[in-house]
Every structure is written in C-alpha cells, then in structure tokens.
Design a protein around this ligand. Structure first.
Ligand code: ZN
Length: 194
C-alpha cells in the first residue's frame, strides 16, 4: 500500500514519470492497471475511487495507490475517522460521536477500539516521525491517557511536518505517515520511517 496525493492527474504524471518509489525496496514504480473500484464515504458525500495499481521495476511487487483521504480497509474518509478519534480523546462516547458524524455506531466503535488497542504503537510511530522531522524536538509530555498520548504524538508529528514542508491537513497526513495502516491490525503494514 502506498498513499498518494488525492489529485489523480498529478499521481498519474508522477507514476508515468517514474517519480513514485516502492514502499518495500525504494525501486521505481511503473503503471500496472487499476485496483478494485470502491466507494469512499466522505463528509461531502460518497466518492467513487478507482485506485491506480503500480508495479515495482526492482522487486516486481505490486502496490495499490490509495489517495491520502482514505485509510486501508476503511470505507470512510480519514478526516471523519480522525474527528471520531479526537472526540473520543475528549471524552465523548461512541454513540454520540456516531450520531454527530452520521456513521453507524458499530463502525465508530470499531475504529475507536482499534485506536485504543494500538495506542502505544501509534504513539511510538508518530513520535519517531516527529523526531525525524524535527531532530531538535523536546520530549513529549504525558497527556493523561494512552489514547491522549497517541493523539498528541500525531499532533506533534503533523506540526513538525507543516513547519518543514508547508500546510497539510492533519488526518490525510496521518494516512501518508502510516502508509494507510493507522487502524490495521498487523504491525507489518506500518511503513518504517525513512
Ligand atoms: Zn520494490
């Protein structure tokens, strides 16, 4: 899985121009058809995705290029999932969050349960990113709970990214920095820090 810019024209140009790299071996990726069509539920309405597939010229592995607005194996836009996570850390229950976001309660419960289970790993991952992006970074202070610590690490990494590279919304950036695997249950899907 490789997370790319949501602008299809730009991704196509980068893919054809050999400017996208394999997440496994850093070889050059070339076009390799398309992945399965899927519907992404967005706050602005449903969006049909037809993600590009790419094949590595080095290791011959194939990868689905998922836009940064999505997470791997999740039908909802990453910003909506992120809003639910922020509300959970602020103390709101999953039913209220679901009602407010217009998403089934069981879906929200699934996201939040996974975030709670992986909070330590997520914190460690985004803390590593934050330090890579800003080597002068002061140590992160405990935020009061494991999920608050994880969200704080995400926020610090996102701030460090913006200071270095310019504006980028937090949750699409989370998708990029986790290779789409924020809420996946296998740690191997987490891409290593560059
Ligand atoms: Zn490769």
């Amino acid at each position: 899985m490789l997370i790319v810019c949501a602008e299809e024209v730009r991704v196509e140009a980068e893919l054809v121009g050999g400017r996208l790299w394999c997440p496994s071996c850093r070889g050059v990726l070339g076009p390799w058809g398309h992945g399965l069509e899927r519907v992404l539920r967005c706050s602005s309405g449903d969006r049909l995705l037809r993600p590009r597939r790419a094949r590595c010229r080095g290791c011959a592995g194939t990868h689905v290029l998922l836009p940064e607005v999505a997470l791997s194996r999740r039908r909802d836009e990453v910003s909506v999932i992120g809003a639910a996570i922020e509300a959970k850390v602020a103390g709101e229950g999953h039913r209220r969050i679901a009602g407010r976001l217009g998403v089934p309660a069981a879906t929200v419960r699934g996201w939040l349960r996974r975030f709670v289970e992986r909070a330590g790993q997520i914190r460690a991952h985004f803390t590593r990113w934050a330090i890579v992006l800003d080597p002068e970074l002061a140590p992160l202070l405990p935020a009061g709970s494991s999920i608050a610590d994880a969200l704080e690490a995400i926020a610090v990494a996102a701030r460090a990214w913006v200071l270095r590279f310019g504006p980028m919304p937090v949750w699409p950036l989370v998708s990029v920095l986790s290779a789409g695997a924020l809420l996946c249950n296998t740690s191997s899907l987490f891409s290593p820090v560059w």
